[in-house]
Each structure stands twice: as C-alpha cells, then as structure tokens.
Design a protein around this ligand. Structure first.
Ligand code: AMP
Ligand code: GLY
Length: 440
C-alpha cells in the first residue's frame, strides 16, 4: 500500500476479535476511515461505530454504499453463514470472508464431515442422524462406550457434549432433540468417535486453492482454572504453542490445509477468508475436530499482534482474489491473552457495571474490548466477556507475566478471569503471584 488514496474499511462484529482486527488495521498506512458495526467502546476509540446489528445485512450494505466504504471484513460466523459476503459481492463490493456455501465448513458439522470424507482429510469417524431413536440405537451398537455428541448447525458452543459413557451419550442426544440447544441446530445430530491428544487451533488466510502459512494458538474454553466449569466462548489464549514445530506445521499443511483448499475449489465452493481448524494431535497424527470460517475469539487477540504483514494488504488481496501475491509473515514472539468476564458468565450476569483502570495499563500490555460500551466518560460492561488483556514477551513466561500485570490494573465489580492461561507453556520457573479477581 502507501500509494493511492486511503481506503475506508468496515469491520463487522463487536467482540474482542473485531477490536483486534480494527487495531491491526489502524496500523496500516493505507486505511482511511475505520468503521465497526456495531463495535464496542474499544473500536469507538480508533474508529466510528455504526449502530447496526451484524445480522442486518441490508443495513450494513446500505452503510457501505452511502459512505463509500472500500472494503468490509466480516468477524463473526453468523453473518457469513447468512450470506453477507454473497450479498456484498452481488452489489460489487469488496469484502473479505467466505460465501455462504463455503461457510458450510462451519455452519454444518454434518456437511463438513461429508466434505472431509470425500477429500480424505483426517477426522474423527462420525455418523449423522435425524431422529433421537436412530442416534440412540447407534450408540447402543457401538463398541466404544465414549462418544462425542454434536448438534448440526451453529450452536454458539452449546451443541457439543463429550460423553464418558453410553448413558451420558444417550442423554446428550435426548437433550439436543428436546430443544436444549438453539432450534436452528436440531435437525441432525452427529455421533462421533472421541479423539484423545493435545488440542490446537490453526489459522490460515485462504483464497481459493491458495493458502498462507498456518499460525497456531491454544485457547481455553472452560470458565474455571484447570479446565473446570462450563464451556464459554473462550477465556484466554496463547500463541505460538510450545509444542508447535516446523514438522507438525508441514504435516498439517500437506494433510489438511492443502486438501481443504483444493477440495472446496473442486466442489465448486471455493473458500476465501480465514480458515480455522480445531485439531486434535492424536497418536495417528493430526485430526480435524471442527472447522470454523473466521478468526477465533480470543485467538485473534494473540495472533494478530504476531502478524508482520500489513493486514489491509492481506484482506484486500483476499477480497480481490490475488492473495498469493502477498507474503504473509508471522513473528515468533509469544503472546498471551487473558479474558476478563462478568461474574456469572457463561450463565446470567449483570451489565452496566463501571470498568476502571484501562487507562492505567503500561506499554507492556494492550486491552481489546468485547462486552463494553461508553456511558458518558465512563466505560461500562455490556456483555459476558468484557475485555481481553494481551501482552507479548521474549518468552511465553514473560508474555504471561506482562498480561497478568495488565490484568492487575483493571477492576470492575464481579470481574472473573482464569489464572492458569499459558501456565503449562510457561513452566515452573515462571510461576507468578496472580492478582485477586475484583482487586485493583
Ligand atoms: P467443537 O465445537 O466441535 O470444537 O467441540 C467443542 C470441544 O469439544 C472441542 O474443543 C473439543 O475439546 C471437544 N471435542 C469435539 N469433538 C471431539 C472429539 N471427536 N473427540 C474429543 N473431543 C472432542
Ligand atoms: N475460540 C473459539 C472460537 O472462536 O470459536
């Protein structure tokens, strides 16, 4: 970039991921005005928030037309699965993200399984059922007593049960069909082989048959320390993982990334956007647990700070179908993200609680907002996951210490966070005294 007129850019979404995308874009000399829809108190500081829901595709397109916004990037899966990219493209707009057909990699777990089967991509064995009775009959016939039960469709993390016994598996099937997960998710259920190993999330920018180098991160889904309590959207992350090697990266590229990109092309629904694979590193090699069709949240908060390449250049090239012209380059510097959440999350929680201390953060850490909004000159909570505190360091221990030092400066009533993010990677020598939640 650097030549020509600056480009005005819209980021769709309102989470920590979208603030991180906007923050990275703000560093690009080629970006003019920066908009977020609907955004949060953090995106409002570096751009302008548009009061439009991320599901309001006609409204978003209208804003892009009337303001002459040159490029749109879609953060969350909802608008992608709803056909946001298709609508923008049909209107001749530059947009970064997969079409509705390509987003099926995430929006239908059953479709993704069939896709992987067709293209020989390693994954857990699974069978799909349309009725509870058929699924339960299958569970009773299985030789293994463990299984993973998954509702088809987008279920915001609520559609998966890892069952330790046949009884648990049967109950999970029953609860899927009884409406315990959102109704859009209940047309089919998958009964899947349970994989064991280390979990890792990997991300690549993909444009048809071309895929950039993967970058890997680990996230923490349970609300409590040592992976206890209910699943959440994500309570923290770090990148790169201590076990991620060049060898592993090559294997994953050859066995998963390249066949996925090529398979989507040959199936007639080429994928453009961020491909996110959740992998289990099993004894037989890496296997796919799930695909997502966008950056992870909170993984985006630890990988975007590692991106050397101008993000605008990548997104624009992707939107124009020439991503292979851009060398995507990641720094090896470890980053750690700790999510600060409202007490009660992922269940019921209060909002409108004043957040203090964001301005007292030193240069060693950055805050990405999620569930926040401005109330006069105060920042108040407006969601379950409120803030992500992110820091880099010479090693993961230093990054972790800096992130938790940042956390210690921030307070709001009822604030909760995990104290063990990246602990296993940092090792004993970096055990540090952690602040008390809610303390200042
Ligand atoms: P998903 O929404 O498909 O990522 O599943 C949520 C979580 O359930 C994953 O992060 C894994 O920890 C776990 N999980 C999903 N599928 C499997 C599987 N086949 N074997 C073991 N664990 C799984
Ligand atoms: N961190 C999990 C996700 O973004 O789906």
């Amino acid at each position: 970039m650097g030549v020509g007129n600056p480009l005005d850019v819209l980021v769709i979404g309102s989470g920590g991921r979208e603030h991180a995308i906007a923050w990275k874009l703000r560093q690009s000399p080629g970006v003019g005005r920066l908009y977020a829809a609907p955004g949060n108190a953090g995106t409002a500081e570096i751009g302008e928030n548009l009061n439009l829901r991320d599901s309001d595709i006609p409204g978003l397109l209208g804003a892009v037309r009337s303001r002459g916004i040159g490029l749109t990037v879609v953060g969350p899966e909802g608008p992608l699965a709803a056909g946001c990219v298709d609508a923008f493209r049909a209107d001749g707009r530059l947009v970064f993200g997969p079409t509705q057909a390509a987003a099926r990699l995430e929006s239908s777990k059953a479709w993704a399984k069939l896709f992987m089967g067709r293209h020989g991509i390693p994954t857990a064995k699974a069978a799909a059922f349309r009725t509870a009775a058929d699924a339960i009959a299958h569970i009773d016939r299985m030789t293994e007593s463990t299984a993973v039960i998954k509702a088809d469709g987008l279920a915001a993390g609520k559609g998966v049960v890892v069952a330790n016994s046949r009884a648990e598996a049967r109950n999970a099937v029953a609860s899927v069909f009884s409406g315990a997960v959102p109704s859009s998710a209940i047309s089919q259920v998958l009964v899947e082989e349970r994989l064991t190993g280390t979990e890792v999330s990997v991300f690549a920018f993909v444009d048809g048959g071309y895929a950039s180098e993967w970058v890997a991160a680990c996230d923490y889904k349970r609300v409590g320390d040592n992976d206890t309590g209910p699943n959440t959207g994500g309570m923290g992350a770090y990148s790169p993982p201590e076990f991620w090697t060049q060898d592993l990266a090559r294997t994953v590229r050859k066995n998963i990334l390249e066949p996925v990109a090529a398979g989507m092309v040959s199936d007639g629904s080429p994928f453009t956007g961020v491909l996110y694979a959740g992998l289990m590193l099993t004894r037989e090699g890496p296997k796919v647990i799930e695909f997502n069709c966008r950056l992870g949240d909170p993984e985006a908060q630890v990988i975007l700070p590692r991106l050397h390449t101008d993000l605008l250049e990548i997104l624009l090239a992707g939107a124009e179908g020439r991503l292979r012209d851009v060398a995507v380059d990641w720094s090896g510097r470890p980053h750690v993200c700790v999510v600060l959440a409202s007490g009660g999350y992922p269940g019921k929680y209060r909002t409108g609680v004043e957040v203090t201390g964001i301005d007292r953060l030193g240069a060693g850490a950055v805050v990405f907002h999620a569930g926040t909004k401005r109330d006069g000159d105060r920042v108040v909570t407006n969601g379950g996951r409120v803030l992500s505190v992110v820091a880099g360091g010479a090693d993961v221990g230093a990054a972790r210490a800096a992130a938790y030092e940042g956390v210690s400066r921030i307070a709001f009533e009822g604030m909760i966070f995990r104290r063990d993010i990246a602990q296993r990677a940092a090792g004993r020598s970096h055990r540090i005294g952690l602040p008390r939640p809610g303390g200042s």
